[in-house]
Design a protein around this ligand. Structure first.
Ligand SMILES: Nc1ncnc2c1ncn2[C@@H]1O[C@H](COP(=O)(O)OP(=O)(O)OP(=O)(O)O)[C@@H](O)[C@H]1O
Ligand SMILES: Cc1ncc(CO)c(N)n1
Ligand SMILES: [Mg+2]
Length: 568
């Protein structure tokens, strides 16, 4: 939409900079994060006249960046749409889709709708001048890359938008010509059609009508087949938008959800399997927002549409069982997070330090030696009284490890026992384990926390108070301290002894589990160091390098029950 012009040249730190507006810089591809790699670095001043005037100072070729002054551009979509109180469509869907697609989303609200899974019970338009005020607030301050429109309920609002966009040009405009909700309620009446066609469509980089909307824009043309969708796309393209996506979500008798993209040169027939679900309210808004998000990241239109369609399909598939509202069309879950909480067997319990009481750590070599599978080993340990399981499978192939971990997780959850994965944060994520245990040379706990999120359990092996302090700072949930006694399970492992264990316990607020050479004969001595945060013992050989895992676990359980764990 915008043509780039350099506004002037400026000298900063004895180097020459070209001044251009952020929008122009974007339009020319001069930004760092838009995949235009062989261009000079962009410098945005944090304070002072350059930034506050809304300009981007771009260093001339060959120079270096002003490092402490540089800012990375965050992809930004502005949605101009109606609010849906049920939060399945409209502004709320746009915010969730943009969050899921990882771009920033600002919002200009054009109307409030009282809406739920049954239908639309009421609509109240926002006054035109207040829509104008919202648009100006956002566009005059923030560097919006893409504007996406949804419900534009009056001619005045459409005109206001077009006027403001001429004043504040953006990189791209995505128009979802929302007219009628799936429940059949009118969201923008026929009175807006002529302004829509004459003013808004010619400015659009893409329009995304569904079958009914394409038909309304084309004077009631009948659309029943994919060929009809192609004809409609061509006719709509003649009205000025650079791309047309006719969505076939409502195409009768089609096993696939087929959309037609036309860019004036080529047709692309985009298929995805049709998900059988009640929860498809807001697919159109979400698709358009996701397209806007990908364009804001710098992707070309065809890739943006493909990614967006795949995202909607994945989210619909994921959300099939979500049960919200009593009407015919429910919302779906953009962030793919709701299901695990609604399924009882996956309910994540908060970490309970007393789970460290009898901590069983599997070992692939020992299992092999005794001819048992990892699943049998875990079952036997749980039957014997293990209160937490860690899978430590140093030799396993990743694929096998993942499959066994999933099976073990099911068993552990049936018994209310948490399952942790040693070292392999990727495997923990892939099988949605309860957490990980990492050593000093593994992935730092702080990084694991970022990847796993706030709820998962993270344990760290520590031998010293300094390591224990770092584990706390990094957000670990517990410390594994050892080797308390010499052990063959781990090569070159320094033994810290009971004194080392006590020192770490005293130095930390975190719960501690002792590890290394511990078994029935010495577990009591370990627990008798009397540190209130020593919550249990972790055991490998004493359980798994034995003929009967269940019997050994039970014996250890009895010894621990007789000790005074965490009681002082
Ligand atoms: N059941 C489904 N399975 C897979 N994809 C679907 C399904 N329903 C719709 N889609 C896809 O979702 C996107 C949105 O299309 P749809 O025709 O549902 O838009 P819409 O009618 O504007 O939606 P809204 O209810 O938000 O107004 C399209 O890419 C479409 O192909
Ligand atoms: C507010 C709003 N915008 C768009 C749609 C279309 O899904 C809807 N139902 N509600
Ligand atoms: Mg729609």
């Amino acid at each position: 939409m915008a043509s780039a012009t350099f506004l002037s040249t400026l000298s900063l730190a004895n180097k020459n900079y070209l001044l251009l507006t952020p929008t122009h810089a974007y339009a020319k591809g001069y930004t760092n994060n838009f995949r235009v790699s062989n261009l000079p670095s962009i410098v945005v001043r944090k304070e002072g006249s350059v930034r506050s005037q809304g300009f981007v100072a771009m260093q001339e070729k060959g120079g270096s960046t002003l490092s402490d002054d540089s800012r990375t551009k965050t992809p930004h979509v502005l949605t101009v749409a109606g609010s849906d109180s049920g939060a399945g469509a409209g502004i709320q869907a746009d915010l969730k889709a943009c969050a899921a697609r990882r771009v920033y989303c600002s919002t200009v609200i054009t109307a409030l709708t009282a809406q739920n899974t049954v239908g639309v019970q009421g609509v109240s338009n926002v006054p035109e001048d207040f829509v104008a005020q919202q648009l100006k607030s956002v566009l005059s301050d923030m560097q919006v890359d893409v504007v996406k429109t949804g419900m534009l309920p009056s001619v005045g609002i459409v005109k206001t938008l077009c006027k403001t966009l001429r004043e504040f040009p953006v990189h791209a405009l995505v128009v979802d010509p929302v007219m009628v909700s799936t429940s059949g309620d009118v969201l923008a009446g026929p009175s807006i059609l002529s302004t829509f066609l004459e003013e808004l469509l010619p400015m659009a980089d893409i329009i995304t009508p569904n079958l009914k909307e394409a038909s309304a824009l084309l004077n009631g043309m009948q659309l029943e087949t994919v060929d009809d969708m192609r004809s409609a796309a061509r006719l709509l393209h003649n009205m000025g938008p650079k791309n047309v996506l006719v969505k076939g979500g409502d195409l009768p008798d089609s096993s696939d959800a087929v959309d037609i993209l036309y860019n004036g040169h080529n047709f692309y027939e985009l298929h995805s399997p049709r998900i059988r679900t009640r929860n498809s309210h807001g697919t159109g808004c979400s698709l358009a927002s996701s397209i806007a998000a990908e364009v804001a990241k710098g992707y070309p239109m065809l890739s943006a549409v493909k990614v967006a369609k795949r995202f909607v399909e994945t989210a619909l598939d994921y959300s099939k069982e979500i049960d919200i509202g009593n009407g015919p069309q429910g919302p779906f879950d953009h962030l793919l997070r709701l299901k695990s909480h609604s399924q009882a067997c996956h309910r994540q319990q908060p970490f309970d330090p007393s789970d460290l009481f009898l901590y069983a750590v599997t070992d692939s070599r020992m299992n092999k030696r005794w001819g048992r599978s990892i699943i049998d080993a875990v079952k036997a340990a749980i039957d014997g009284g293990a209160t937490i399981i860690q899978l430590r499978e140093k030799d396993a192939e990743t694929k096998d490890f993942m499959e066994s971990a999933k099976a073990c997780l099911r068993i552990c959850h049936l018994h209310g026992v948490p399952l942790l994965i040693n070292d392999r944060v990727d495997v923990a994520i892939a099988c949605d384990a309860d957490g990980v245990h990492v050593g000093q040379s593994d992935m730092p706990a702080r990084v694991a926390r970022t990847l796993l999120g706030p709820e998962k359990i993270i344990g760290v092996s520590c031998k010293t108070p300094e390591q224990a302090e770092q584990a706390w700072v990094d957000g670990a949930d517990y410390i594994g301290c050892g080797g308390v006694y010499p052990t063959n399970t781990k090569e070159n492992n320094i033994t810290v002894g009971l004194n080392g264990l006590k020192t770490v316990c005293m130095a930390s607020k975190l719960p501690v589990v002792a590890i290394g050479g511990i078994g029935v004969s010495n577990a009591r001595a370990v627990m008798e160091i009397c540190a209130s945060n020593l919550k249990g013992v972790a055991v490998v050989s004493a359980l798994f390098d034995r003929e009967c895992v269940q019997t050994e676990t039970r014996k250890l359980h009895e010894v621990l029950l007789g000790s005074n764990i965490g009681s002082t």
